[in-house]
Design a protein around this ligand. Sequence first.
Ligand code: G3P
Ligand code: CA
Length: 259
Amino acid sequence: MMVPAFGTEIVAHRGASFDAPENTLASVNLAWQQKADAVEIDIYLTADGKIVAIHDKTTKRTGGGKDKPVVEQTLAELKQLDFGTWKSPKYAGERIPTLDEILKTIPEGKRLFIEIKTEAEILPELKRVLTETGRPPAQTPLICFSYDAIRAAKELLPDLKAYWLVKLEKDKDTGRLNHTAAELIAKVKAAKLDGLDLGNSPPLTPEFVREIKQAGLGLYVWTVNDADKADEYRTLGIDGITTDRPELLRERFQGKAKP
Ligand code: G3P
Ligand code: CA
C-alpha cells in the first residue's frame, strides 16, 4: 500500500501552507483537495498532556500574539486562540487541531508525516493516540530532528517508519558540509531507523542522494516550493518531496513516473 500514483510522494508541509494557515484543519484538508500524497505536521504536548499540531514552541506567531509556550497552556486554553487570522482574515477563527482530529482526516491511501518537536516525553501519549485510531502503521511515519527522540520513537513504535531530520550546512570558509552521507547512513543504521529527511538548502547533490539510496535508506527532502527543483529531485529517485505548494508540484508531476 501507500505507493503514490506517480512515484515520488508529494508531502504537504504543515498542510497546504502556502494557501492556508499552517498546521490547521483548513491547511490539512486543503492539502488533500490539492491531491497531496501526504501531509506533514508538527506536534507538541499541552499542559494537560494532549497532543496538538503547531510549529513553534509558543503561540506568539500563529496563535494571535499570545507569547506563551504551548506546554504551559491547556488544550481548552489553546482552543480559544485564533490560528487563522495571521494568515488571512478569510481564516479567522481557525482553531489549533489535536493530533487525533488530524488523523481522522487522512483519506485512504494517503499518509501523515508526524514531526515530533519535543524530546521523548511525548511518546507515551503519541503511542496511545495512534493505537486508539487504529490507523495502519504505514500511514503515520514519524520524523524528528532529535536523534535521541527518533531513536526512542522507533524503539517504542517499531512498526512505524521513522526518519531522522537533518539540516545540512555548508561551512562558509571550507565549503564542506557539516555531515557526510556515510556519517548519516551509519547513524540511521545504528538506531535502526528507516532513513533520512534532509533540508533542501543547500540543495542535495546527485552523489549525496545516490549514496543514501544505495545504502537502502528512505530519503525525503524539505522544503521545496520550486517545481523545477522538485522535478529534478523526482528524477533522482527521492522518495518524497515536502512542499508548501502541493498543487504546484502535482501539476508538474502529472503523468510522470518515478525513474
Ligand atoms: O518536513 C520537515 C520540516 O518541516 C522541518 O522543518 O522547521 O518546517 O519543521 P520545519
Ligand atoms: Ca515540520
